[in-house]
Design a protein around this ligand. Sequence first.
Ligand SMILES: CC(C)(COP(=O)(O)OP(=O)(O)OC[C@H]1O[C@@H](n2cnc3c(N)ncnc32)[C@H](O)[C@@H]1OP(=O)(O)O)[C@@H](O)C(=O)NCCC(=O)NCCS
Length: 327
Amino acid sequence: MYGFGELIDILKKSPKKIVLTEGTDPRILEASSRLLASNFLSPILIGNPKEVHKAAEESGFNIRGSEIIDPNNFPEMDRMIELFCEIRKNKGMTPEEAKKYVYQANYFGTMLVKMGYADALLGGATYSTADTVRPALQLIKTKPQNKIVSSCFILVRPSATGENEVLAMGDCSINIKPNVDELAEIAEETIHCARRFGIDPKVAFLSYSTLGSGAGKDVDKMREAAQKTKERCPDVPIEGEIQFDAAVSPRVAKKKCPESEVGGHANTFIFPDINAGNIGYKIAQRMGNFEAYGPILLGLNSPINDLSRGCTAAEVYSMAIITAALA
Ligand SMILES: CC(C)(COP(=O)(O)OP(=O)(O)OC[C@H]1O[C@@H](n2cnc3c(N)ncnc32)[C@H](O)[C@@H]1OP(=O)(O)O)[C@@H](O)C(=O)NCCC(=O)NCCS
């Protein structure tokens, strides 16, 4: 996987600016103070400067030199409202209605990325996933070649041999019940993301059935999605439908799918829906000692990422670097 050193090297060659929407949150302030001490990624904090500085002082973090932008005192607000209406014109957006959105930090921060003030955005320390992601879906939008925005997690576990075990899992956070085509798109995007983290993807479309051992609509869905992804990515080993044990255990794979190139060696997992995905990555994180990086949003025109509300300052710092480096 890219070590943080490598991601930082990418940023050192091309320093970036990242919007952090929750400017008074102590975890955001701690991560910002670390970023400010670096020369590769500048945070832009959203909030009232007095309140942000007061919060920094109270929590003991030095954010001297940080850029703080206050929606209530933003010189380009008229231009922002005009652009907001232009982007949302098919919804009949009026300037009056736009004002209800652009003063909210999540929408305001997203518009700063849209207007080129920043390269990326990280939010969600206090906002829910939906409230962080929705402005991105509405304003930054899906890349022209994509139909949906999705997400993946990169999971990292240091091994006894010193070599990290690195896995990719998608989509654990955005699409609630993806259909066959959406699953194929999620898989293709997750494969690209996995490669950027040094994974040589072996892809398992997870199910309660292995190659026809069980039956049902959800089994068919994963089998068809695996087939579609094979057509889209003919150079990648892909198996599906396959149970998790057959995907990761060579002993079980020998019994359940002996011909499979992926069976027993999968490192990139595609889940049938958000229930399975969200529960699955958290089991790996909380009981399997994997560090979880993400959700990394896939398929957006600019990099915007969501934090878990339970995140630590260290996670904010890591996610800020991942978000900006993948820009
Ligand atoms: C992503 C999510 C927030 C969108 O929900 P929403 O805002 O209620 O969805 P809506 O259907 O109202 O869509 C809002 C806009 O986003 C777009 N959109 C929704 N899902 C999208 C997707 N997966 N990809 C691209 N665009 C999408 C819609 O087209 C719509 O655009 P428009 O306003 O320009 O017409 C929703 O799918 C969700 O809540 N997912 C689960 C999030 C979660 O709780 N995760 C678990 C914790 S990590």
